[in-house]
Write a protein that binds this ligand. Structure first.
Ligand code: SF4
Ligand code: SF4
Length: 434
């Protein structure tokens, strides 16, 4: 890029000056711990961005350190000067994307994935139905027997093994667009279903709706909603991320609601940052701010409304693996723990470092499989030390990563991973008004 000023603007050069190089963030950074390189620490990355913005280093020098950053934002929670690392990271990714040399096939594939596939509910349903067919028709068993899955690229065979059993196409179709209450409702909420979440964890989405109904809310599921845009942003495709944000803002403006609920830490973190995508003072910025003010994680609303009793005791020891995006970006820390404490007989054991990322981080574990597994192994040592029988998460990526971690520890059969919503659904939720 020739124009240094334009580069500085895009890369959030001004924000890099907030870093005073104190190094307090180093012990919090998983990639610094596992990769042991200054360039793979928050401080090192910020320095590198500054050098690139000043023309003292090439854009290419950013590639490896930025690609290996999880975007977990653990560094921002300990930074004494409140460095806006998220904006610096996103700017660096955008610059790298602008600078990338791609083949026509690569460009076409990315255009399809980010422009058509993830944002389309139809494609997501098709993916879910195709996976169901693969699981139920016996194809999966044959593929495993003949070791055909080993040929899958990007270690996708590992993720294929830990996918949950998917619902039938009929069950998928049965979901209503609106759940009206005969009695007065505690709140009117719109449910953000997510793309991967709705495709692969449809049953968790159904349990989410059930819990909302038992909390006495009226629930609508806006039809024109699309994916949150986190995957676009993680890949430096900020313009496309802005477009899906606009689509969601429009879809959730169609009806006046009190809350916009999601159940995936990664999606929620993206949704609450929509206003940063638009220039201050513009209509879109105002519309985004209004949207953001209503976004809540399911656990926040369940804890706040407090309308459910859990009637089935669960004699189990669990440990909670927080989603980094939920804790570090959304700041939702206590509600999941409060909800687990409401389940009779459930024992919750805290990890020594619950805030250490599991290595999932969107599609990080697909793109950077080896590095992600190194981080996962550190996490699993902590998880195993709790002697928990179940790891509870609040994000689909973390859930699959935990399942993978359990497999790597050869602990399948002794330990499981579950979404908190599904655990609450197992605990016999009854509305206090029922
Ligand atoms: S976002 Fe996470 S991985 Fe990236 S620099 Fe910060 S702590 Fe390290
Ligand atoms: S803690 Fe903040 S100010 Fe200190 S080195 Fe890290 S990013 Fe810079």
């Amino acid at each position: 890029m020739n124009n240094l000023k334009a580069l500085q603007e895009k890369i959030s050069y001004d924000k890099t000056f907030d870093c005073v190089q104190c190094g307090y963030c180093l012990p919090a950074c998983p990639t610094y711990e596992t990769m042991e390189r200054e360039t793979h620490s928050p401080r090192g990355r910020i320095n590198l961005v500054k050098m690139v913005a000043e023309g003292k280093a090439a854009v290419e020098d950013l590639q490896e350190p930025i690609e290996k950053c999880l975007g977990c934002m653990a560094c921002t929670t300990v930074c004494p000067t409140d460095v806006q690392y998220g904006e610096i990271l996103e700017g660096a990714k955008e610059v790298l994307e602008d600078n990338a040399q791609k083949s026509t096939l690569q460009k076409q594939t990315e255009d399809f994935l980010f422009g058509s596939f993830f944002p389309s509910r139809r494609w997501m349903n098709t993916l879910g139905n195709a996976t169901w067919l693969y699981q139920r028709s016996g194809l999966q068993r044959i593929a495993h027997m003949m070791k055909l899955t080993k040929a899958a690229p990007l270690h996708l065979d590992a993720f294929e093994r830990v996918l949950p059993n998917l619902p039938t196409p009929k069950q998928r179709k049965r979901r209503a667009k609106r759940y009206i209450r005969k009695r007065p409702s505690t709140a009117k909420v719109a449910f953000f279903t997510g793309c991967v979440m709705d495709s692969m964890f449809f049953h968790t989405n159904q349990n989410t709706i059930e819990l909302l109904l038992k909390s006495g809310t009226e629930v609508i599921v806006p039809e024109r909603q699309t994916c949150c845009g986190a995957l676009h942003a993680h890949s430096g495709k900020i313009e496309q991320s802005r477009e899906v944000a606009k689509d969601n803002i429009r879809a959730f403006e169609e009806e006046e609601v009190d809350y916009i609920i999601n159940n995936a830490g990664g999606c929620g973190a993206r949704l609450i940052e929509y206003h940063h995508l638009f220039e201050e003072g513009t209509t879109w910025h105002e519309r985004a701010k209004r949207f953001v003010s209503k976004v809540k994680d399911i656990t926040e609303v369940l804890a706040e409304l407090d309308q459910i009793m859990y009637t089935i005791p669960i004699e189990r020891t669990v440990t909670y693996q927080p989603s980094c995006h939920m804790s570090n970006v959304q700041g939702v820390i206590e509600p999941p723990r409060q909800l687990m404490n409401k389940i009779p007989n459930l024992t919750v054991k805290e990890q020594k470092r619950p805030d250490f990322c599991c290595g999932s981080a969107g599609i990080y574990n697909i793109i950077n499989y080896e590095e992600s597994m190194d981080i996962l192994d550190v996490k699993m040592a902590d998880v195993c030390a709790t002697k928990a029988e179940e790891v509870v998460t609040t994000n689909p990526g973390c859930l699959l990563q935990m399942k993978l971690g359990i497999e790597r520890e050869h602990a399948s059969g002794e330990m499981e991973a579950v979404h908190l919503v599904d655990l609450l659904a197992q605990a016999g939720p009854v509305g206090k008004w029922e």
